[in-house]
Write a protein that binds this ligand. Structure first.
Ligand SMILES: *[C@@H]1O[C@H](CO)[C@@H](O)[C@H](O)[C@H]1NC(C)=O
Length: 313
C-alpha cells in the first residue's frame, strides 16, 4: 500500500509534467511574425550558402551573449525589441532546427538579409529567401501549427498575431544603385521605379492578408544615403548620398498612400505604416538619447576602423 501511494503521486506528477510540456499556451503572449530583409533577419541566413551573413564579430558585440547571432546588429534588433514589448521571448529564425513544438506558438522570423520587393534584388547574394518564399514558409508554418493545436486555434493565433514587414531598402541599394547603369536603372527613371516597387509591394501585402495577417507593421525606408555602409562607400566628406536620399524621399510617402488605399479596400486598418525615416534621424541626431554607442560602432565597422570603440561623445 505504501508502495502504491508513493507510485501514484509520481505517475500523476509525471502526467502533469507531460501535459505541461505539450499543452498549447495559445492564450499566452500574442504571436509575432517577421518578414523582410537584413534589418529584421535574426539568423535565417546562417543556414544558407550566401555571403549576406552576420555570423562573425563585431556583429553581436553588445548582444547579451556578446556573440554574433546572424542579426545584422551590434546587439538586439527591432524584432527583439518588439518581442520584449509584447512580453514574449524573441522569435526564432524559421530555419532554426530549434523551432519545433510549443516554440512555434511564439511565432517565427522568416526574414532573410539581402532580399527586396523584387525577385532580382540581391541576386549577388545567390541563395537567400526571397519574399515569395518567405510567404510560402509562412503557409508551411501554419500547417505545422495546425497539426499541433488544430486548424481553428491556428487560425486564431495567426489572425491575432502581430506582424512586421521591412522591405524596400535593398531594391535601391542592392539593385537600382548597386552598379552604375544597372539593368533596373536603364529600364526605369527613379520615379517610375518607385511606382513599380510600390505596386509590387501592394501585391505582397495583399498576399499577407490572404494568409491571415490582420495587424501588420510596415516600415518605410530609413535615410538610405546616410547608412554607414553608404557613407563609407559614397561619401568621403560624411554628407548623406543624395540619390539614395532622393529614393527614400520618393518611396516613403507612396508607401503610406498605398497602405491607406489597401486598408480602405479591405475596410479595416490592417496595415500600419511605421516612419523609419524619422526614427533613424532622431537616432542619428540625438544618439545620446538612445544609448549612443550603436551608431558610432556601425560606422566604425563599415569603415573598418575597429581600434576605438568609444561611446559617442
Ligand atoms: C517572383 O518570383 C515568384 C516565385 O517564383 C513569382 O511567383 C512572382 O510572380 C515573381 N514576381 C515578379 C514580380 O516577377
Amino acid at each position: 500500500m505504501e508502495k502504491h501511494t508513493a507510485i501514484v503521486p509520481c505517475l500523476f506528477l509525471g502526467l502533469i509534467l507531460t501535459l505541461g510540456a505539450f499543452a498549447p499556451r495559445v492564450e499566452a503572449a500574442r504571436a509575432f511574425f517577421v518578414f523582410g530583409d537584413s534589418l529584421v533577419d535574426n539568423g535565417n541566413n546562417n543556414y544558407l550558402a550566401t555571403t549576406a551573413r552576420a555570423d562573425a564579430p563585431p556583429y553581436g558585440i553588445d548582444y547579451p551573449t556578446h556573440l554574433p547571432t546572424g542579426r545584422f546588429s551590434n546587439g538586439l534588433n527591432i524584432p527583439d525589441l518588439i518581442s520584449e514589448q509584447i512580453g514574449s521571448e524573441s522569435t526564432l529564425p524559421y530555419l532554426s532546427p530549434e523551432l519545433t513544438g510549443e516554440r512555434l506558438l511564439i511565432g517565427a522570423n522568416f526574414a532573410s538579409a539581402g532580399i527586396g520587393i523584387l525577385n532580382d534584388t540581391g541576386i549577388q547574394f545567390v541563395n537567400i529567401i526571397r519574399i515569395s518564399k518567405q510567404l510560402e514558409y509562412f503557409q508551411q508554418y501554419q500547417q505545422r501549427v495546425s497539426s499541433l493545436i488544430g486548424e481553428d486555434q491556428m487560425q486564431r493565433l495567426v489572425n491575432q498575431a502581430l506582424v512586421l514587414i521591412t522591405l524596400g531598402g535593398n531594391d535601391f541599394v542592392n539593385n537600382y544603385y548597386l552598379v552604375p547603369f544597372s539593368a533596373r536603372s536603364r529600364q526605369f527613371a527613379l520615379p517610375d521605379y518607385v511606382v513599380y516597387l510600390i505596386s509590387e509591394y501592394r501585391k505582397i501585402l495583399a498576399r499577407l492578408y490572404e494568409l491571415g495577417a490582420r495587424r501588420v507593421l510596415v516600415t518605410g525606408t530609413g535615410p538610405l544615403g546616410c547608412v554607414p555602409a553608404e557613407l563609407a562607400q559614397r561619401s568621403p566628406n560624411g554628407e548623406c548620398a543624395v540619390e539614395l536620399q532622393r529614393a527614400a524621399g520618393l518611396f516613403n510617402p507612396q508607401l503610406v498612400d498605398m497602405i491607406n488605399s489597401l486598408n480602405s479596400d479591405l475596410g479595416a486598418d490592417v496595415f500600419v505604416a511605421a516612419n523609419a525615416m524619422q526614427m533613424n534621424l532622431d537616432f542619428v541626431n540625438n544618439p545620446r538619447a538612445y544609448g549612443g554607442m550603436l551608431w558610432a560602432r556601425a560606422i566604425q565597422r563599415d569603415r573598418a576602423v575597429h581600434d576605438s570603440l568609444e561611446p559617442v561623445p
